[in-house]
Design a protein. Structure first.
Length: 70
């Protein structure tokens, strides 16, 4: 961004700062709560997301997610 003298846009800062938070450990409680309240299969967390969270693959902060971060 030229106006703020920053090499990155606000979206890139946000996506990097919240990289692991948006992956699984924040999405799982929300999906679980919605499913518990409405009992709609549409609101249940996807099985892949559940396996990723159980395995500790939460994204950039943990070093692995859908992609390995070295």
């Amino acid at each position: 961004m030229q106006g703020l003298k920053s090499p990155r846009s606000p979206w890139r800062w946000r996506s990097r700062r919240h990289a692991s938070e948006t992956a699984g450990h924040k999405a799982m409680p929300s999906a679980d709560q919605l499913y518990a309240e409405y009992k709609e299969p549409l609101y249940a967390a996807p099985p892949l997301l559940q396996r990723m969270v159980d395995a500790g693959r939460l994204g950039r902060k943990t070093g692995s997610g859908f992609y390995p971060y070295a």
